[in-house]
Structures are given as C-alpha cells and as structure tokens.
Design a protein around this ligand. Structure first.
Ligand SMILES: *Cc1c(COP(=O)(O)O)cnc(C)c1O
Length: 410
C-alpha cells in the first residue's frame, strides 16, 4: 500500500508505559489535566534546552531576542522572560502581552508595517524601541512623540538588497513592504535624530525558516557588512544592531536541523574582528520558531475510524483550525506530512496506513496523508509535533465554530 513519509519527530520525546511523554509526563495525563482535547502542550524542558544550546554556541556578545508572534501564550512569554535578552513585538496587542508578563519596555522592540497611530503612541509612551518601517512612519512617530512630550526611541528596519537564501519566507531583497530601502536609510537616520529621536540603530531581517547553515552564515556576514557601511554614512555610533534570525526547524521528511555549531563558530570569528564602527554596538538575533517550535505538541483524539474505497481515515477532534501549517495551508506549495504519531502507542511498530484528518467540513483539513503508523482506534490520542510556533494563534480557530484548543505549559 502506498505510504508517504512523515516529518522527523524532534529530539527529546520518548515513551512512558508505551505512551508519548512530554517533559516526563504522559500524554493522557496532560489531557486529563487540561480537561479536554484538542490540546497544545508546551514543554519548559525543551524551551530551556534550546536557549541553553544557543547560549553555548553563540558569542556572549550576541543577545537572543524572542519574536513573540511565534507563540504569545502568556505562560510561554512569562517562561521566556528570564531566559532571553529582548522581545520583538509586531502589534500593540503584543505590547500589552509583554506588559502583562512584566517585561521591561527597555527590552522590547516593535517591528511591523502598518503601525497605527494609536499603536505608535502606546509604544512611544511605554518607551519601547520602534523598528521604523518607512519615512511616513518616522514622521508620524515624531509628531506623536512631540504631542505626548516623549523622546521616541527609533531604530530603522532596513530592506537589504540581499536575502537569506533558501529561507521559507523571504523578507528582504528587492521590492518589499518591510523596512526602508538600504540606500535611503542614512538620510532618514540623520533626519530623525536631527528632529530629536533617540537613535537606537538598525534592524536587518533577511528571512525565516532557513535550515542551511552556510546560507545563514552568508546572510549574517552581509548584515554585518551592511551595518558597517550604513554606520559610516550615518556618521554616528551604532547603538544596536538587530541582525534578524531566520533559523528554521525541520518540519518535513528530509529536513535536517540547522548546524548551530557552524553558525556559532562563524559568528565567533566575525565578532572577534569587528571594525571600529561596531566596536560598542549591542548585537542580537531575533528568533521565533527556533526557540519554541519544537517545544510544542498538538494532541487530538480519534473520534472515528472509517474506510473509504480501501483507504482508512482516522478522523480526529483536531484540525486546521488549530494547526493550519500541518494541514499544508500556511505558505506551502506542495502538501507534505508534518511529524505525526499515535501518542497512545508511541513506541509500537507501525502496522497500519492511514489518513489522519481533522473534524472540519473541508477536504483541506488533513493532518497526515498515507501515514505508516501503529494501529489506532477511537479514543486514542494523535500527536502533531513542531506545534510550538505558529499553531494556536496562526490558525483560523473561529472557522466552523469548534473553538480554540486548550493550551498547557508543563
Ligand atoms: C516573524 C518574524 C520573526 C520570527 O520568525 P521565525 O521564523 O519564527 O524565527 C523575527 N523577526 C521578524 C521581523 C519577524 O517578522
């Protein structure tokens, strides 16, 4: 029978009494604690380990920021608070989340095209750094700051002429809605500082979800070179350089984890020989999915097992309304299987071929196609891995009225 491969299950998940265990706790026990399925479980153990690996690989000079759009669950944000250096937000809603988590505004920077006046005002009043995306936004920020009697902290987001090769989502190179074209940055920096803004430096984000270390190393090197060039033209010391991120996680068959050691080694070398322009510059990476993606598992329950024209369907109470990316409808061209397992029989040999689907009335709602898995019956739990980022908040949970999934940090 035809089978399609599944994505690689992230390291650190094992079986206890035959069941999938997350941070040492059985899936059934976690569902019992949450009181229901579908359920996102986020593991503190995994979050801690990932940050520790990054700290070990990166020069101590380079800070780690968390881009909270990847997973803004309040318990996750609060857990990340002491672990990382800074937080990147993309709306005033996310600003409120950092405030609720007790995060000092000095550690927060706000990127994103289309910041409304009320959002700029909230951020300036709080003392958050604005990663300015355009000349128009700079002008509005200065007017608002003047009106409320505050000095705005402004960095400029640069649209570089290069991109992060092989990244899942390109966010630099050519015409973009993000940032200010590199050649226009020096004039804008001079203008905003002349008009009273506190100069907070540059933000250069080149792409997302890259797995190739060489491409990441090349992009980071280009970012540092561009920052030096722009700083020379601006003629003021560069207080801070947000170097972007882009480190991806393996989602699909054949994907391999990024070689963090190679990236760390290249950064050690570059940082040891930085030119005078960047000698006192604060440096950071901003990461979303790399920090939290593999720490999350989506658990749903088999509601029905049925046959159609010789194909077996496991129909679950989960679906694309919580896990849009796993269904293949969040920026992928060809649908491929995420890492999926039968959580109730995690260490059993695969002896069945099934299509795992969600409960929505649309053929788009697929969690795994022709998956070679241990036999599952009604009542068993299915696990979808890599669910810690862009799951709960990046899926259309209002679609079809099933409502949001439960979420639990353990
Ligand atoms: C989305 C985003 C991130 C996080 O991307 P990941 O792929 O989750 O690491 C970081 N910085 C900016 C500016 C973003 O828009």
């Amino acid at each position: 029978m035809k089978t399609k491969p599944l994505g690689p299950i992230p390291a650190g998940y094992m079986a206890i009494d035959g069941e999938l265990a997350i941070a040492g706790r059985k899936a059934s026990e976690l569902v019992e604690q949450a009181g229901r399925t579908p359920l996102f479980v986020y593991s503190r153990e995994h979050l801690d380990a990932r940050v520790a690996d990054l700290r070990a690989a990166l020069p101590s000079r380079i800070g780690v920021n968390y881009a909270i759009k990847a997973n803004p669950h309040p318990d996750v944000v609060r857990h990340m608070e002491p672990l990382v250096d800074g937080f990147d937000i993309a709306s005033s809603g996310e600003l409120a989340m950092t405030e609720a988590a007790g995060i000092d505004a000095k550690r927060v920077s706000f990127a994103g095209p289309g910041k409304r006046d009320d959002e700029l005002e909230a951020a300036i009043a709080a003392g958050v750094t604005l990663n300015c995306e355009s000349e128009g936004e700079a002008k509005r920020s200065l007017i608002i700051a003047h009106r409320i009697g505050k000095t705005p902290k402004i960095a400029i987001r640069v649209n570089p002429s290069f991109e992060l090769k092989g990244s899942g989502m390109k966010m630099g190179g050519g015409a973009k809605q993000f940032g200010v074209d590199a050649d226009k940055v020096p004039a804008l920096a001079k203008k905003i500082t002349a008009q009273g803004a506190e100069w907070r430096g540059l933000h250069i984000f080149t792409g997302s979800q890259a797995l190739n270390a060489d491409a990441i190393i090349e992009a980071q090197s280009n970012v540092l070179n561009l920052a030096v060039e722009l700083t020379q033209e601006i003629g003021k010391p560069l207080p801070k350089l947000n170097m972007g991120g882009g480190l991806g996680i393996p989602y699909f068959p054949g994907d391999e984890a990024v070689d963090l050691k190679a990236i760390g080694a290249a950064l050690h070398e570059r940082v040891s020989e930085l030119p005078d322009e960047l000698a006192n510059t604060e440096l950071c990476l901003e990461l979303g999915r790399y920090l939290v993606g593999e720490a999350g598992v989506y658990l749903c329950r088999v509601i029905d097992r049925k046959e159609s024209h010789g194909t077996t369907y496991l129909v679950t109470d989960g679906g694309l309304h919580h896990q849009l990316a796993a269904s293949g409808n969040f920026g992928t061209v060809v649908r491929r299987n995420y890492p999926v397992a039968i959580a109730s029989h995690f260490d059993a040999e695969p002896d069945d071929v099934v299509n795992v689907v969600g409960c929505l009335c649309t053929p788009l709602d697929r969690l795994a196609d022709f998956a070679h898995l241990p036999r599952a019956e009604v009542g068993d739990l299915v696990a979808v891995f890599c669910a810690g980022a862009y799951g709960a908040t990046a899926s259309p949970s209002a679609f079809l009225g099933h409502g949001p999934a439960a979420e639990l940090l353990t």
